[in-house]
Design a protein around this ligand. Sequence first.
Ligand code: ADP
Ligand code: F6P
Ligand code: MG
Length: 452
Amino acid sequence: MLDEVRKLSAYTAYNANVDAIVNLRAEIVQNLIDSFGADEIRRRIEEYPREIREPLDFVARLIHALKTGKPMAVPLTNEEMHRWFDETFKYDMERIGGQAGIIANLMAGLKVKKVIAYTPFLPKRLAELFRRGVLYPVVEEGKLKLRPIQEAYREGDPLKVNRIFEFRKGMKFKLGDEVIEVPHSGRFIVSSRFESISRIETRDELRPFLPEIGRQVDGAILSGYQGLRLQYSDGKDANYYLRKAKEDIMALKEADIKVHVEFASIQDRKLRKKVVTNIFPLVDSVGMDEAEIAYILSVLGYRDLADRIFTYNRIEDAILGGMIILDELNFEILQVHTIYYLMYITHRDNPLNEDELAKSLEFGTTLAAARASLGDITKPEDYEVGLKVPFNERSDYVKLRFEEAKRKLRMREYKVVVVPTRLVSNPVSTVGLGDTISTGTFLSYIALLRRH
Ligand SMILES: Nc1ncnc2c1ncn2[C@@H]1O[C@H](COP(=O)(O)OP(=O)(O)O)[C@@H](O)[C@H]1O
Ligand SMILES: O=P(O)(O)OC[C@H]1O[C@](O)(CO)[C@@H](O)[C@@H]1O
Ligand SMILES: [Mg+2]
């Protein structure tokens, strides 16, 4: 599989940033609770702030995320809080973030044939975080040129920094009298959402060349729409950028390539609904995590099912939710990654059979296990490390529950495939593992389609 994947070329856009990572320890969390007060924090959790305007918003959403162990991301809209974060936390590591950034570096690490990455902003510090081999499209003398991304930076472009709080299963702390034990390892993302870095688009000069880029690749992986704002100070709005985004997809697809969208959490319900209903129907493939499937169902009008998925994590509900999303938004294949299993849902007439689809999912989880073990994938041989990571301890349970779901749900019009994940017990980091899974599954999906 790896060899076939490495023969492919891919384009990825739009979001890349610096991830400043804090590895949370119980003392850090306990100190935050002691200084903000358990009652205050509880009250703020009840209010459930959907953006971070002041430190208490952050502490409340962080504690809530730790309690559920779910991957969450909350926008930071108050630029003055940079100082508070930088004074309060010591960052353990800085690395490239953003779906497009992570995916470009992963593909370059695997040495796939050609990797083209595009972000509307490319300051020097960001350009330097990309791995060698990643190409950036520029227009010179009216022609498209692919330049090493490190050389293509623009002076004066804004740099975006997100904060990532990595947490580990089993960490214990006290919120007043309540003892909280973190149920799963994962990450909490504070996403910077200031206007200067929120114009998620292809710059005007490059846009006419998207069909040409499409002709040079086998697939495109797009993400970053979560960074849009509903309103901009110059009168533009999310609708404007989504219209442009749709044109981009159609331009890339002139060459009949497959397009995957990697979804990411969008707190604002209006924006979430706009992104989902505008973008998904135009693409072939969509990837998301278990929290995101619930968020999407909730804005499509399936709130009870969404709550059920969020609270009970039942496979049966996730399958039902996935079938609904696939039908309402009418694309080719949905891939959902959760801590214990990965799932594909596609229509019955998909050219790949269930065994092939399972192979593709296994490729994805193996790649993620390699990255979780090593922290990064820098060469194709790193993939082998993933093969040594065992499938998680609930694999049999997952299979049992899947068989049960098959008996209960009407699934005749679909192909639904579930495979257990390979789970690294002491991951170097977890941020970006979902992006890694999706890159692996999407590229192997294309490679398998080629066999037909
Ligand atoms: N320790 C681990 N080892 C292997 N895979 C993991 C580990 N922790 C998480 N994963 C995988 O990564 C996924 C996280 O995806 P997601 O929430 O989309 O993260 P991100 O958006 O940061 O990439 C999980 O659903 C799980 O499949
Ligand atoms: O939503 P944003 O601000 O583009 O950031 C996406 C975040 O998700 C990740 O790409 C992980 O999936 C992080 O690296 C990054 O900080
Ligand atoms: Mg993700």
